[in-house]
Design a protein around this ligand. Sequence first.
Ligand SMILES: [Zn+2]
Length: 277
Amino acid sequence: MKILISADMEGATGVTWPADCEPGTEQWRRCRGMFTSDVNAAIGGLFEGGATEVLVNEAHSTMRNLLLEELDERATMITGRHKELSMVEGVQAGDVDGIVFLGYHCGAGEDGVLAHTYLPNAITGVWLGGQPASEGYLNAAVVAEYGTPVILVTGDDRACEDAGSYAPFARTVAVKDHVSRYAARCRPPARTAADIREAAEKAMLLAGRLEPPPPAERAMEIEVDSAQLAQAAAMVPGVTRTGTRRVRYTSPNAYEMIRAFKAVCTLISSSMENDYG
Ligand SMILES: [Zn+2]
């Protein structure tokens, strides 16, 4: 049984503040250890539950946050940016029996710790097929096309609630409880590690390749926080501007959906100005 861990940082133990997960800051250096602790706890539990192979895919920012030198030596890790499937790179091999969304968070516009969807602030809402779509929601649609079930989600309590919208049978571990977008009631890593380990072991009962659903054409709608960002996004072929701060496109499957979304995000990122956004 091969398991993939998609490891994001905003939903890791102890992380509540932008600098906690912004590469290069003092707080980020400190929080890398707690993030690595969460991942090691998941790896340990997965092997105890019957996994034979665990691949970790770094999914946050520069995608160079976890401490490889402290990683459980039974696992391997994809580190660094520019990957075909970004946060769920590795699933396209077609041999992944289950995926863990570790350190995940609520989507843009939601009231969760460090809530956002891909871009910290510029994107204010995303809807897939008319449903509010967090990163977990979008990535779950992608991995479903490869027959891979989401077996475990960790993050703040709001991220665990959000998992109910895309993986209702998955195990969840709330490593912290939401107080505000930048505050949470946190438990020390030793305690969250024990919970993650136990949940990961049990989550292995949910692992096993599923029949992939037939490709479904769905509309993607994205709202941004200023007009020129919608203008920039609409430069991607097939993306149309439907309002001052809104764009829309349809994709024949989730693979195309997520790749077009990455293109939209890249254009938006390059169209922001200091202070004004
Ligand atoms: Zn992130």
